[in-house]
Design a protein around this ligand. Structure first.
Ligand SMILES: Cc1cc2nc3c(=O)[nH]c(=O)nc-3n(C[C@H](O)[C@H](O)[C@H](O)COP(=O)(O)OP(=O)(O)OC[C@H]3O[C@@H](n4cnc5c(N)ncnc54)[C@H](O)[C@@H]3O)c2cc1C
Length: 592
């Protein structure tokens, strides 16, 4: 055999061995019950087809800490409470020399003095988010230094060390079929294959990054500026607990209700369990804002195939409305009613650059055209030019299938068989009718704290909100003022994640560290002395005080937060960003 033939043979055998190992590994995963992504033919991922956790775990009757919700923030906190402790890694110094110097003195990040470490941020030449809570900004910049302005140039400054003695017994209880919170759920008919707003590196949890996951699934690194699909992120989060060994703490399909105080902690009526510390990670996206009574018969319509030629009515001006438009088959006609107030309350879609977010830019463009038409203003950009610069635009014949109505009111609804005739009133006062076969009402989502009893609800939300009965309409703004003072919103009750007002995954870490620090301190897992590579350093218990967070450098206006449903920090386009996230974020102002 020639050398060439021998080499070829070796390569073929290696490939066969590798293939066999991959196949074998996939089967091992399935047999131990790891969630595996599988796909149904029409491409709609129901997470119920994503494999299941076959292992049956029993909930303890009593545990130190219960985390309500199983979204990204709950998973990060569980990772920490499982004894994975963050430290500043001085061998990967942060590009901010002041921050670096300060952290050299106190590398234990569980004990960070937020006020001291972030004091210079406003004056710094480096860009720091001005919208998230300072503790979240701090952890974000340490985990992904200068990720917005110099992507990929700096390594993470955070090292996670496993310290068994710091483990705190806890459970993560979520009502979705898989870990992942709102990512495991899809309450609207939007496709699972739409790209996320964040780039891949902004979606990673500690210990097993999204990049690790992508590599494991695809055998290669994700491309630059990768916006994974919702399906990919759901798959990543579903498998995360197994990959970082925290699955014993994470429970799915568990709805929590009836939480009340006891003498020494809390009792959860469902599931029947007691705990000393309660962490609310229930998010702000679990429930769609319901339509008003006149529109409710429309929400109950289910179009049969025979009437699919009749338009779908979509009401909403934000990302979810756009997601539904994008997911609607190109031939299906759409009637889109949206709020249009570009100066005072622009849609968040306005901030989407056509290169980074071509699909959202296309929808915004159509909304703008419809608004101009309503005002009798002629548009100059030709469809041909648009087709060339935005391939998404070419996928649909917008002229024939999309009818947009800005600031239009539905005056009347008449049901007829499986269809409805709606009477619309435009901003000019003109009324006209349209026939529709179904409706997607997507004007926003809210969280709920109804699972707390009246007393805790009052402690957390305050007397006024309790009286007005708003525990079912929790937005990112609801608890923001409290969060700015302390993430411990009532004695031994902590809030983390989007519930605290920072909706992006990248800004969930700080709150988790705050909660973990306080819980570990109370169960005696954090001592006054911590040994680090740099020697033994003194850590004062009060470094993270009960009021560590401050107002932030600059916060959202109340209006902005409510109107964007917590999404005002989502419209980010790194490619077009000049200096910081906030230049873009500021553009993403108000929508309705
Ligand atoms: C459509 C959409 C797109 C988004 N895109 C991005 C993006 O690209 N990048 C990004 O960083 N963020 C994005 N977000 C923001 C989102 O808030 C975060 O990604 C993240 O999911 C927040 O995590 P969380 O831990 O706060 O809670 P969530 O993920 O909201 O999870 C909370 C979970 O708790 C459950 N729960 C509530 N009450 C109970 C109860 N009583 N019992 C049991 N379980 C309960 C809820 O059902 C929910 O599943 C997006 C949000 C939406 C809605």
């Amino acid at each position: 055999m020639t050398i060439i033939m021998k080499t070829r043979l070796i390569i073929i055998i290696s490939c066969l061995v590798l293939q066999h190992r991959l196949f074998f590994r996939a089967h091992i995963c399935y047999n131990v019950g790891w969630p595996i992504l599988s796909y149904v033919r029409d491409g709609q991922l129901g997470l119920d087809v994503m494999g299941s956790q076959t292992e049956q775990k029993l909930l303890p009757a009593q545990v130190d800490t219960v985390i309500v919700g199983n979204g990204p923030s709950a998973l990060i906190l569980s990772y920490i409470l499982n004894g994975n402790i963050p430290y500043y890694n001085a061998s990967h110094p942060h590009p901010d020399p002041i921050l670096h110097q300060k952290l050299l003195q106190s590398p234990a990040l569980l004990n960070v003095n937020v006020a001291d470490l972030t004091a210079h941020f406003t004056a710094s030449r480096l860009s720091y988010s001005t919208q998230a809570l300072p503790i979240n900004v701090l952890l974000d910049t340490l985990i992904r230094p200068l990720a917005d302005t110099h992507p990929g140039e700096h390594r993470t400054c955070v090292e996670w060390r496993h310290e068994e003695t710091k483990r705190v017994p806890h459970v993560v209880l979520g009502n979705t079929a898989h870990a992942g919170g709102q990512w495991a759920d899809n309450p609207v008919s939007a496709s699972w294959d739409i790209g996320t707003l964040s780039y891949a590196e902004m979606l990673s949890l500690p210990g097993y990054t999204f990049e690790n996951h992508y590599y494991r699934i695809n055998g290669r690194q994700p491309p630059d500026f990768h916006r994974p699909t919702r399906r990919e992120v759901a798959g990543y989060l579903a498998i995360y607990p197994n990959m970082v060994n925290i699955s014993d703490s994470v429970f799915t399909n568990v709805g929590v209700s009836g939480i009340s105080r006891t003498i020494d902690g809390f009792h959860l009526a469902a599931p029947n369990i007691r705990c000393k510390h309660l962490v609310l990670a229930s998010g702000i996206f679990a429930n769609l804002i319901p339509p008003r009574p006149l529109l409710q018969p429309l929400a109950a319509l289910h179009p049969s195939t025979s009437i699919r030629l009749t338009p779908l009515l979509i009401i909403g001006s934000g990302f979810t409305a756009a997601d539904i438009i994008i997911s609607t088959p190109p031939g299906r006609r759409i009637i889109h009613i949206f709020k249009w107030d570009p100066d005072e309350h622009p849609s968040p879609l306005k901030a989407c650059h056509p290169r980074a977010y071509p699909e959202y830019a296309s929808v915004y463009r159509q909304m703008k055209l419809a608004a101009k038409k309503a005002l009798n203003i002629h548009d100059s950009a030709t469809p041909l030019r648009l087709k060339k610069c935005n391939p998404f635009f070419a996928q649909r014949n917008w002229d024939n299938t999309y009818e947009g109505f800005p600031n239009t009111f539905i005056k009347d609804v008449a049901m007829r068989d499986n269809l409805a005739i709606i009477t619309l009133e435009g901003s000019s006062g003109r009324t006209f009718d349209r026939e529709v076969s179904s409706m997607e009402y997507v004007v926003g989502r809210r969280g709920s704290l109804r699972f707390l009893d009246t007393e805790i609800n009052r402690e957390v939300l305050g007397v006024d909100r309790q009286i007005t009965g708003n525990s079912d309409m929790i937005s990112g703004r609801t608890l923001r003022a409290k969060a700015e003072e302390s993430l411990e919103v009532a004695p031994d009750v902590f809030i983390i994640g989007s519930l605290a007002g920072d909706s992006l995954i990248r800004f969930a870490f700080g709150g988790c560290i705050f909660a973990a620090h306080h819980i570990m301190e109370r169960v005696g897992q954090i001592s006054h002395q911590t040994t680090t590579e740099a020697g033994t350093i003194k850590i004062a218990n009060g470094d993270i005080t009960s009021k560590p967070l401050g107002m932030g450098i600059q916060t959202h206006s109340n209006n902005e937060y409510i109107m964007t449903n917590g999404h005002s920090d989502l419209g980010i386009d790194r490619k077009t960003r000049a200096t910081s996230t906030d230049l873009e974020v500021r553009k993403v102002q108000v929508m309705a």
